[in-house]
Design a protein around this ligand. Structure first.
Ligand SMILES: [Zn+2]
Length: 249
């Protein structure tokens, strides 16, 4: 929801892929980052897989909650949000909150889920944002996912044991979409799905105090205000923007 450049004009994406994967650091990041598009595409028949990288165990200012209680509540909230969105598969990698690193283990985990669920399009945090602060876990998830999509999941000699021993096949995802980017290049009309995005987001009850909504505004109103700004000049009411990368043949 950062302020984004308005020129050049973004291309409007209207096609819907058959399978999508959303890879994200913390519970609630997916709903914020890609919720409007995912809700729209699920309604159009797209199969969606969520991959939650950390357990969200640091995400509270409430000192009365133990980390274990928080982890359990956030996993429940994420499942409820995913169910509500119509997400078909939810994979929780379980890394510690604040503990994502660019390791072989994490890369191998992301390669494995891509080879297992075989998405056409992968959504993730933009790891290259420089115009504002961004959580370290977001950068690490973005970077490792970028590497996993190309070339590690695609090439059979990377993590070859997943193929020889575990029976997976290499997979080439066609597109990688970043949210939270400095310079978007595509926009999607989410006018008909933004209510569903908001309804999913508020399933993350433990996170509501942290959303820092200005006085007199709800999280839904704030999301709509930003989405309306993004849609200005495009002929629809609410928009979501991304940096879209398309794989070479
Ligand atoms: Zn996050």
């Amino acid at each position: 929801m950062a302020h984004v450049a308005r020129t050049p004009k973004l291309s409007l994406v209207t096609d819907v892929p058959d399978k999508v994967m959303v890879i994200f650091a913390h519970p609630d990041d997916a709903e914020i980052g890609s919720g409007g598009v995912v809700a729209k595409w699920v309604a159009a028949g797209c199969e969606v897989t969520y991959v939650l990288c950390t357990n969200g165990g640091a995400g509270t200012a409430d000192r009365s909650l133990t980390p274990e209680q928080l982890v359990r509540r956030r996993a429940d909230e994420q499942r409820a949000a995913a169910d509500f969105m119509g997400v078909k598969h939810v994979v929780m990698l379980g890394y510690p909150d604040g503990g994502l690193e660019d390791t072989r283990e994490f890369l191998g985990d992301v390669v494995r889920v891509i080879r297992t669920y075989r998405p056409h399009t992968v959504f993730v945090h933009d790891p290259y944002r420089i115009k504002g602060f961004q959580h370290r876990d977001h950068r690490k998830a973005g970077l490792v996912t970028t590497d996993a999509v190309y070339p590690f999941a695609r090439d059979h000699l990377h993590f070859a044991e997943q193929i020889a021993r575990d029976g997976l096949e290499p997979h080439r995802a066609r597109e990688l979409w970043y949210w939270g980017m400095d310079e978007p290049n595509v926009i999607v009309d989410v006018t008909d799905s933004i209510e569903r995005q908001i309804a999913a987001l508020i399933r993350h009850e433990t996170q509501m105090p942290g959303f820092n909504v200005p006085a007199g505004e709800t999280i839904g109103q704030r999301l709509k205000r930003h989405a309306a700004e993004l849609a200005k000049g495009y002929g629809f009411r609410y928009g979501a923007v991304f940096r879209r990368l398309i794989a070479r043949r």
